[in-house]
Write a protein that binds this ligand. Structure first.
Ligand code: AMP
Ligand code: MG
Length: 364
């Protein structure tokens, strides 16, 4: 694969990727959120290959990625026939959400059509679907003419990849893995997931760039938080959303968050702190000037104080810092406000799963 991340993939390479999918193989490809590890959603053996490659428990359902056949006018697409083979019924709310946000970083969970494989839904009677906006993802899906399941292209529990090189380093042992290079992902965190399967109240299962406030403003649809809805409806103890585990997206270096101005407090958990601590600092604050610790040496790394820019760089920063041999990484607690909910969610899980033990896939 070309490593020049600015180059878009040629048609010939995409045709080869389509053939690989048809043959039951895996193809990693860029989306606007993170890179996905794709397989034919109608091929049970290909789906099993994804779970094996990721080390992902088989009851964690996958998202089906679709594209409309019209290349030129995605905004005017009639999504009803595209969704018909996958979804049992499409409500008016569903169509409003789709018309407002597809293609884009919004995943919707529906009651599934009976033909949808149990292997991809983790045995649930629902299916999660998204239409990605990235041109390479769209070309791949359009040429494939079918659904592609594509969880993030990382080992289970690890930081999601936002470049082709990240995917390569996650699957170093799989030299034959085909990776389409579409440069760096713009959104940088996984899609917002809304559950429409109960038929009455849309429920936010995973926060992302698209927020309930934006959904309300654009469509008039009220999205509920899981806690606001009868919890019995939420699928018992089945992990409906793999990112809902407490530990996820985790670096191997210990990671913690600090409250504004309280960097040293974050060290209390590490009484025998070693020397090298990387401290992420809002680019709007010139410097924290942290000192006053007898043994720790702090180095500041600027992070964007705009939520979308922060999200776009979050996994890149975590991966880079994880490679640099710090003893501890500190990130500022994101401010209140729903535009920060997506990154706060990822950072909390990344903190919880971080540390040397997270290098064993089984525990995260
Ligand atoms: P990833 O593995 O990072 O691509 O994330 C895909 C997410 O979609 C996971 O968190 C899945 O659990 C979630 N998902 C897929 N299908 C469903 C479904 N039927 N119901 C709820 N969540 C789903
Ligand atoms: Mg993932």
């Amino acid at each position: 694969m070309p490593s020049d991340s600015s180059s878009l993939q040629s048609s010939a390479v995409i045709n080869e990727a389509v053939q690989t999918l048809r043959d039951g193989g895996l193809v990693a490809f860029p989306t606007e959120t993170v890179y996905g590890l794709g397989a034919d959603a109608k091929n049970p053996d290909a789906i099993k290959r994804i779970f094996t490659a990721k080390g992902r428990p088989s009851n964690h359902p996958l998202i089906v990625h679709l594209a409309a056949s019209d290349k030129f006018d995605q905004a005017q697409v009639d999504w009803v026939p595209v969704l018909a083979p996958w979804v049992r019924d499409l409500s008016e709310d569903a169509l409003k959400l789709i018309n407002a946000f597809w293609p884009g970083p919004l995943t919707l969970v529906f009651k599934k059509d009976k033909s949808v494989l149990n292997e991809l839904t983790g045995g649930q009677d629902t299916v999660a679907i998204r239409a990605p906006a990235h041109p390479i993802a769209q070309e791949l899906l359009r040429k494939f003419k079918g659904g592609v399941v594509a969880p993030s292209a990382n080992r289970f529990g690890k930081v999601s990849p936002t470049s082709a090189a990240d995917v390569r380093s996650e699957f170093e042992g799989m030299l034959e893995l085909m990776i389409l290079d579409g440069g760096d992902c713009e959104v940088g965190i996984e899609s917002t997931i809304i559950d429409l399967s109960s038929g009455d109240h849309p429920v936010l299962l995973r926060p992302g760039l698209i927020t309930p406030g934006e959904i309300l403003a654009k469509t008039g649809i009220q999205v509920y938080l899981p806690g606001e809805i009868d919890s019995v409806k939420q699928g018992g103890d089945m992990p409906r959303v793999s990112g809902s585990l407490r530990a996820h997206y985790a670096p191997t270096t210990p990671l913690r968050m600090y409250a504004s101005g309280r960097v040293l407090d974050a060290l209390s958990e590490f009484p025998d702190i070693k020397s090298r601590v990387a401290v992420a600092v809002w680019d709007s604050e010139s410097s924290l000037g942290v000192d006053g610790h007898p043994s720790a040496h702090f180095e500041e790394v600027l992070v964007p104080s705009d939520s979308a820019a922060f999200a776009s760089r979050l996994y890149r920063s975590l991966r880079d810092l994880d490679q640099q041999g710090w003893d501890l990484i500190l990130f500022p607690e994101p401010p209140a406000g729903e535009e920060w909910d997506g990154v706060r969610d990822r950072l909390q899980r990344a903190c919880f799963g971080s540390g040397p033990s997270s290098s064993s896939h089984a525990n995260s």
